[in-house]
Each structure stands twice: as structure tokens, then as C-alpha cells.
Design a protein. Structure first.
Length: 250
């Protein structure tokens, strides 16, 4: 692995051209191929945008040979990784791309995804953003220490504590910020603006996915429905019938 990175970083644009011209090369944003070849962490939001977007940005180029480049169209960033479904789709795309150039890492990467998935399954979805941040921290650690493998779970325990434990520095700071923002006089507190008014949607802690919406028969808008218009499997913005997590578990 280290030998590959050493060779590829000498001329990443050239090797990117070699990779993308290889039969069977998976679809992956050109900018993110560059990051993979340099041993850096890809941007999952750009990966996800490249997978779904139909809007293109022509300010990209492809190396044909040393000294020769042509402009190519590339998707612009349009999607955010906010749910387990988003994260799972983007991660699978990264795994497919990385194992195309490093097939020996397949078991390692699948082991890492299983490790992260266990948190998504067992943690309330309102806190999934913490798991996504934890994943970013793990990827950056591997980027900075390229000899590490993704399935070396013990190397991530301190990051797990920082981001996911209520005693962790990152999680505790976030809770403090939330507490300081919930002061009397603001919406929903005391006599401040909006006091006494009820939202047409119930509190998110009591919200459940709308099964009628998932079946395509809910006649209410997302703001009027008593339940959330999200996937009943992964809480993504799609219906369960389109859920990549549900399809992958069959």
C-alpha cells in the first residue's frame, strides 16, 4: 500500500488517467480519484453529489498524456451526507473505487463499514451526525498515518470516546453549546417570540417515519403530517422502496 502511494503521488494526474481509462473502472468524481491516489480521505458529500447530480461543471480536465489535458464535465456538489442512507451509499462508492486500485483492501474496508454501521443501528437517528463526524475523524487519522488499516479498530477508540461518548470532548462541547442556546425569552421559552405556539409537526423525539408516505399513499405534506416523511429503514430522504440499505440487506 505504501509503495503504491509513493509511486502515485509522483504524478497523480497521469495515474488518474491510467485508472479511468481502464475497462471496468467505476464511476467516481475525478477530484476524488486524485485524493484516493494520494492516500487522502475523499469528500463523501462530493462523492454522493457525483452519484446523483445531473448538473455539470466544465471546469475539470483529464490528462491524456504528459503535458496534454482536455476539459471534462464534472458534477457539482449538491448533496449533503446527513443520514445513514446517505453515508452508506457514499461509503459503498468509495469502497468500490478504492478496491478497484487496491483490491487487497476489500476485506479491511468492509470490516470498517460494519464497525461504523453498528453505531448507526444502535444510536438514535437524531444523533447520527455525531457518527458521521466520527467517521470523518477516523478517515483523517488514516490519511495522516497511511500505515494504518481501517479495520484496526483499536486505533479509533480514543476518537470514538471524543465523538460518541457523553463524556467525550467533542460531544460534551456540543451539549454545552446546545444548553447555552436554550435560554428563556427565545422561541418556545417563557414569554419570548413564539411562546405558546404549537408546531403542526410533533416534537422530533416522538416522530416516527410515515408508513403511508413510504408506500406512496400519504395525502399530507411533510409539514402537516404527524409523522416524518423519511425512509422507514434508514431515515433517508427517499422512500423505503428506493432504500439502498433495505436492498442490500435482502
Amino acid at each position: 500500500t505504501l509503495d503504491c502511494y509513493e509511486e502515485w503521488t509522483e504524478d497523480p494526474k497521469y495515474f488518474r488517467g491510467q485508472v479511468t481509462a481502464t475497462p471496468g473502472c467505476p464511476s467516481f468524481p475525478l477530484s476524488q480519484w486524485m485524493l484516493l491516489l494520494e492516500g487522502r480521505a475523499p469528500d463523501l458529500e462530493k462523492v454522493l453529489s457525483g452519484h446523483y447530480s445531473t448538473t455539470i461543471d466544465p471546469k475539470q480536465s483529464q490528462l491524456l498524456g504528459k503535458g496534454f489535458e482536455i476539459p471534462l464535465a464534472q458534477p457539482t456538489t449538491t448533496h449533503r451526507v446527513r443520514t445513514y442512507g446517505d453515508w452508506s451509499v457514499a461509503t459503498d462508492l468509495c469502497v468500490e473505487a478504492l478496491t478497484f486500485i487496491m483490491p487487497w483492501k476489500e476485506s479491511e474496508l468492509h470490516g470498517y463499514k460494519q464497525y461504523l454501521s453498528s453505531f448507526f443501528v444502535n444510536v438514535h437517528y437524531s444523533l447520527h451526525s455525531r457518527i458521521i463526524d466520527f467517521d470523518k475523524a477516523c478517515r483523517l487519522k488514516v490519511e495522516g498515518q497511511k500505515y494504518l488499516q481501517f479495520d484496526a479498530i483499536s486505533e479509533f477508540r480514543h476518537l470514538e470516546t471524543m465523538h460518541l461518548s457523553s463524556l467525550g470532548m467533542v460531544a460534551f462541547t456540543e451539549l454545552q453549546q446546545l444548553s447555552s442556546s436554550a435560554v428563556p425569552g427565545e422561541k418556545g421559552y417563557g414569554k419570548g417570540s413564539g411562546a405558546g405556539k404549537k408546531s403542526s409537526r410533533p416534537d422530533s423525539s416522538r416522530g416516527e417515519p410515515c408508513h403511508n408516505w413510504n408506500r406512496g399513499i400519504c395525502e399530507k405534506s411533510s409539514t402537516d403530517c404527524a409523522r416524518f416523511h423519511v425512509c422507514s429503514k434508514c431515515r433517508g430522504s427517499h422512500k423505503r422502496g428506493d432504500c439502498p440499505v433495505a436492498k442490500g440487506s435482502k
